[in-house]
Design a protein around this ligand. Structure first.
Ligand code: HEM
Length: 405
């Protein structure tokens, strides 16, 4: 079995699209994705050739194929230039189960599944609503104009994931900047090392403290399970901490941006509160903020939608393209907050489908609802094209969103 990326097929196409692909403005997938077949050749930023999947059904076939491994840390990173030696030395370490395959992946995920069920998350809803109100107070107190990212979109999910894990939010400076660094498209070996070290030092101290005096939180629960080492708990918590706030933060800010740019959809949502859950699904589909993953690597020769995938080939799933597949929804390029059936891949598919999706839905619904109620005249404080985009990050969104009311 050859898992080296050097075994990727040599596809004789002179102008392969380069992955990750630049989006078209704030809201739309890269124009070069338009009209591609469901599976086509591409070149990763690291230089390797691979395959790009843009069709919804083909994407699901990739994400449910056990021969396509999520352990991309074993080879050259197809998406970013982090050198192989750095990942061979440490990778993301034990416990970071997003980048592991079953059965190792299942061993970690099973320990957490019960904590993120729909029922558990519904029970958390009143607390999420309280946090939203508290952050809205902060936004209002910041005065007009204010940055919606710094005062609202970032603190809401950060506060919640910190509470769930049992991490002191007052020490957020010790992980927030490092977490942002890990998501940079141009991540270097040195910054990768420094960012992981910073988060792990912080988590290590906290795990030691919970061992001494356990509490009613996820870290204490993992310790009490007796099934994972402190190093594994650290990897699991690093994943939850990063995944738990960077994603929802960008959906809150980019979703608000999309609504403020579409007065008709905004008015519909303001007029009918019952539309909020549908608007959340539609915004997840339409915005598809996960820009540069999932990526999988073939452990053995396999195929997707009839296209051969030789062992060692990396396959990138474009969530923005798959979510706009015309076979999925009618008129996919239109934002329609009332869409009743809005299937999408925003949370992935298969064994790695987002563990925090029910939490994210509750945070987004409470967030959009609270924001629109509190600020009936909410609007952008700068022209739309002056909003700084996260085109340099693997999760899309806005670095800042200046708003007024
Ligand atoms: C996995 C998206 C919120 C925790 C994933 C994946 C996607 C995703 C696409 C699959 C990646 C892959 O297959 O390689 C999102 C989006 C979110 C969000 C769009 C918000 C709108 C959250 C939250 C948490 C979280 C709030 C915190 C609990 C995770 C974890 C995984 C994951 C732990 C790995 C699951 C596994 O490997 O089994 N997420 N996520 N996510 N997400 Fe989320």
């Amino acid at each position: 079995m050859n898992t080296s990326p050097s075994a990727a097929p040599s596809i004789p196409t002179p102008t392969l699209p380069r992955y990750p692909l630049e989006r078209a403005g704030h809201l739309h997938p890269a124009p070069s994705l338009l009209g591609l077949p469901p599976v086509s050749p591409l070149r990763f930023a690291g230089g390797a050739e691979g395959l790009l999947v843009t069709g919804f059904e083909a994407a699901r076939a990739v994400l449910s194929n056990p021969l396509l491994s999520a352990e991309r840390w074993r080879g050259d990173d197809p998406v970013r230039p982090v050198p192989r030696r750095v990942r061979e030395r440490r990778g993301l370490g034990p416990g970071a189960f997003l980048a592991t395959d079953d059965p190792e992946h299942a061993r970690y995920r099973t320990l957490l599944t019960g904590q993120f069920t729909v029922r558990r998350m519904r029970a958390l809803q009143p607390r999420v609503e309280q946090v939203v109100e508290h952050c809205l107070d902060g936004l209002e107190a910041a005065g007009r104009p204010a940055d919606l990212v710094a005062h609202f979109a970032l603190p809401v999910p950060s506060l919640i994931i910190c509470e769930l894990l049992g991490v002191p939010y007052t020490e957020r400076d010790r992980f927030q900047r490092a977490s942002g660094t890990l998501l940079r498209q141009d991540l270097s070996a040195e910054s990768f090392d420094a960012a992981v070290d910073a988060i792990d030092a912080f988590l290590g101290e906290m795990i030691a403290a919970k061992r001494r005096s356990p509490d009613d939180d996820l870290v204490s629960l993992l310790i009490a399970s007796g099934q994972v080492t402190d190093e594994e708990i650290c990897g699991m918590c690093r994943l939850l901490l990063v995944a738990g706030h960077e994603t929802t933060m960008n959906m809150l800010s980019l979703g608000t941006f999309a609504l403020l740019n579409d007065p008709e959809q905004l008015a519909r949502l303001r007029a009918d509160d019952d539309l909020v859950p549908f608007a959340v699904e539609e915004l997840l589909r339409y915005l598809a903020i996960v820009n540069a993953f999932p990526v999988r690597t073939a452990l053995e020769d396999t195929e997707i939608a009839g296209v051969p995938v030789p062992a060692g080939t990396s396959v990138a799933v474009s969530v923005p393209a798959a979510n706009r597949d015309p076979a999925l929804v009618e008129d996919p390029d239109r934002l329609d907050v009332g869409r009743r059936r809005s299937s999408h891949l925003a949370f992935g598919y298969g064994i790695h489908q987002c563990l925090g999706q029910h939490l994210a839905r509750i945070e987004l619904a409470a967030g959009y609802r609270g924001l629109l109620r509190r600020f009936p005249a909410l609007r952008l404080a700068v022209p739309a094209d002056a909003v700084p985009l996260r085109s340099d990050m693997v999760i899309y969104g806005a670095h800042e969103l200046p708003v007024t009311w």
